[in-house]
Design a protein around this ligand. Sequence first.
Ligand code: NAD
Ligand code: MG
Length: 411
Amino acid sequence: MSTPRSDREVAGQGVVILGSTGSIGVTALDVIARHPARFRIAVLTANKQVDVIFEQCRRFRPRLAVMLDASAAATLAGRLRAAGVDTEVRTGIEELEAAAAHQDAPIVITAIVGAAGLRPTLAAVRAGKRVLLANKEPLVMGGRLLIEAARAAGALLLPLDSEHNAIFQCLPADFTAGEAPRGLRRILLTCSGGPFRRTPAERLTHVTPEQACAHPRWVMGRKISVDSATLMNKGLELIEACRLFGVAPGQIEVVIHPQSVIHSMVEYADGSVLAQLGNPDMRIPIAHALCWPERIESGARPIDLLETARLDFAAPDLERFPCLRLAREAAAAGGTVPAILNAANEVAVAAFLERRIAFTDIPRFIARTLDEVAGGPDQTLEQVLADDARARQVTGELIAAVTARKQHGAL
Ligand code: NAD
Ligand code: MG
C-alpha cells in the first residue's frame, strides 16, 4: 500500500543539515534557497543556538528540528508553537542519529564541528544517503569505518571541504571513495597559510584567539579558524585526503598558495596536473556536491583572473607550524593515532580559545598526548571512541597540571 504524500513532500529532494546554525550550515541554506524546486529542507539540527535555528525553521519549515541541548530544545519548541510553525522538536544524540537517517531525506549535509559529528555521520552513511561531508573530524577519526560503511550501504560520499571537493572534481568519473584513482601520482593540497603566514616565531606565543580567528580568505567557525592558523586544518585535511582518495601520506604535498584561487590539484602518471579554480566561497563546493554530476547556480561571484593577476606558491614552514608535521606522522602511523591527534587538538584548541594556554602550546600538548597515548586498531566505532576519550582525558590533565603550576607560581 502506498502512503499518501503531504504537499510539502511533493517539491524537491529532502535535505538534512546536521549543524545548520554554523558557518557551513548557513551557507548551505543560502545555496538551497536558490533552488526551491529541486530541494526542500526536511531536518535541521544544532547544538543550542535557539535564535538562529528558530528563524531557519520559520523560513524553511522543516518537519523536524533536533537540538543536542535539552533546554534549548524546550525553548525552541515553545517559540515555534507560539509562532504557529509545526516543526517537531527533539533532543539528544540518539535523535541526532535518527535525524541523519531520516526517511524523508536522501541528502545529508554534515556541518557539525568536531568529533561530535562522528555518530550522526555514520548513521547517515549506514542509511545509504548521499552524504555531503563538511565535518572533517569524523573522517580523520573513523575514516576507515565511514568508507567501509558507505561501501556496504551504497552511500555516496561527496566532499564539501573546498580542497577535497576540488580534488574530487579533478578525478576520473568512475572514482570510488577510498580507492586510489587510476594513474594518480600525487595530490597537491593547497593551503592559504592562515593569518600568521608571515608572523615571526617569537610573536606567535602572544597571538590572541581574536587574531587567530581573523582568517585572511575564509569566514568560518572558531575551531576551524584556529586550526587554519596552526595549520592543523591542513594536517587534518591531509588525513582526510588519504581516507577519501585511498592514497598514502607521502603522495600528498602541501603547497602554500595565499590567493586561495586554486583549491587543490591532482598530478597523473603522465605529468598532467589538473586543478579546480574559483573564488574562495563555500557555496561552490556545496552547489557542486548537492547536484553532482549536474551543475547548478551557487551564488558565488565569478572569478576574475585579471583582478587576481598572480598565483603564488611556497613550501609550508614546519618549524613555525609543527601541527602539520604531527598530522603527517599520525597519518603514517595509522590506526587510531589520527583520532588521538584530533582529540588532543580539540581539547587544546578549546583551552586556547578560553585563554588557558598560548597559541604555541597547542602543538606541544598534542605532541605530549601522542607520546602518552598509544594508538590501536580502528576497526570498530568502540575502539575509535575509546582512544578518542583516552586522549581527551590525557590532554585535559596535561593542560590542567600546567595551568595549575602557573597559577601557583603567580601567587
Ligand atoms: P561552526 O562552529 O560555525 O558550526 C558548527 C555547527 O555544529 C553549529 O550548527 C553547532 O550548533 C553544531 N554543533 C556544535 N557542537 C555540536 C555538538 N556537540 N553536537 C551537535 N551539534 C553541534 O563550524 P563550521 O565552520 O560551520 O564548520 C563545520 C565543519 O565543517 C567543521 O568540521 C569544519 O572543519 C568543516 N569545514 C568548514 C568550512 C568553513 O568554511 N566553515 C570549510 C571546510 C570544512
Ligand atoms: Mg578546507
